[in-house]
Write a protein that binds this ligand. Sequence first.
Ligand code: EPZ
Length: 421
Amino acid sequence: MDKLVVEGGCKLNGNVCVSGAKNACLPILAAVLLTDDECVISNVPDLKDVTTMLKILGALGRRVEREGAVVRVSAGSVTNVTAAYELVSTMRASIAVLGPLVAKYGRAKVSFPGGCVIGPRPIDLHLKGLRALGAEIKVQEGYILAEVKRLKGKRIYLGGHFGSSVLATANTLMAAVLAEGKTIIENAACEPEISDLINFLILMGAEISGNGTPTLKINGVLKLKGAEYSVIPDRVETGTYMIAAAATGGCVFIENAKPEHNAALIDKLLEAGVVVKEHSGGVEVCRGKDRLNAVDITTLTYPGFPTDLQAQMMSLTSVSNGISVITEKIYPERFIHISELNRMGANILLEGATAIIKGVRSLSGAPVMASDLRASAALVIAALVAEGKTEISRIYHLDRGYEHLEEKLSGLGARVKRIDG
Ligand code: EPZ
């Protein structure tokens, strides 16, 4: 298994270009199933999760070609409606094919995605949305079986214990666009990735209003057409480089970034004493002072502070001046990085879903293990800051969400290399 070896103590400096958003691209690729026409999606990042989604489309019978950041799904119909365990078990976002399949073909068989290292990840809201639209759903031998003649529009309240759900909103929305009549989704997720999906669906001929708000109104249509679409830049990758620049004390310009998608992060970085300059073509981040201030963070649904940047901010606050408090309100168990950061000399205590971080002057390199995608990014940031060498194992997690990570970091002056381990 590959390892990442990082020699710490280097300030990141220079320009880095952000890739297309993984979490926008995955449901958009699933939405292609809603039409038999050709679709061309560009700004598609070269990531393991994207490859998995393309394999799923292929296994369903669609012809997929990829050239650089452009994916072409040829005109044609699916030849079967089963998304098998072997693929779905490697990526939870595979569940996004459920809505499109049942809407277009009236049948779907999708493996139940199961648990995850960041905590329980139920799918009750996905099923609630589809059932409300009239789908008969049962779970059998580890598969979700959905069937319906034609979905029917309905008013649906899609909130759960932790608020709105990104992929349940995507699934319900993708089902509703081909349903008969009008659907209203209340408490819809407002994440930019959902807005991006809506823009793509509208281009395909869907009738949706309320984009960017928690109330989506959809007039079902009989048929959607093919479309060409470019995916938005990745706000989590952007945020990760912003935090890495601030943590290492350098000055980095992140090209193509949309700072308006990272307002909550920018607010916290400014509070910490980081200098952030927003430009139309990207965002520039420089460390404003020798030691940054401690900050308190609570993760929330958009536009609140994203859970996907919680771990990276924990690395930054590990070496800030004072005590920071980070509370996780989306995935209360998403703290697996704490023990690894403490191995590197951080002083972090976990109390329920709240981490108390007593800032230390420095971290020291150590062998550590990556556990999930964003926790892995947090370890990379800690390794860049630390004195000495850090060896991060199980970095396949990083390949799921960060395109060309070593190349991009090396371009900013980091001493980082991948070795076969
Ligand atoms: C999306 O996952 C992202 N994945 C996640 O990114 C991200 O962490 C998450 O949204 C939250 O922002 C993709 O977009 C592919 P949710 P999703 O449903 O949609 C609960 C990353 O690192 N919930 O919005 O699966 C759930 O347990 C990843 O890139 C229910 O209770 O997340 C959580 O507490 C990991 N019932 C909350 O809602 C449901 O049916 C929000 O989860 C569904 C979710």
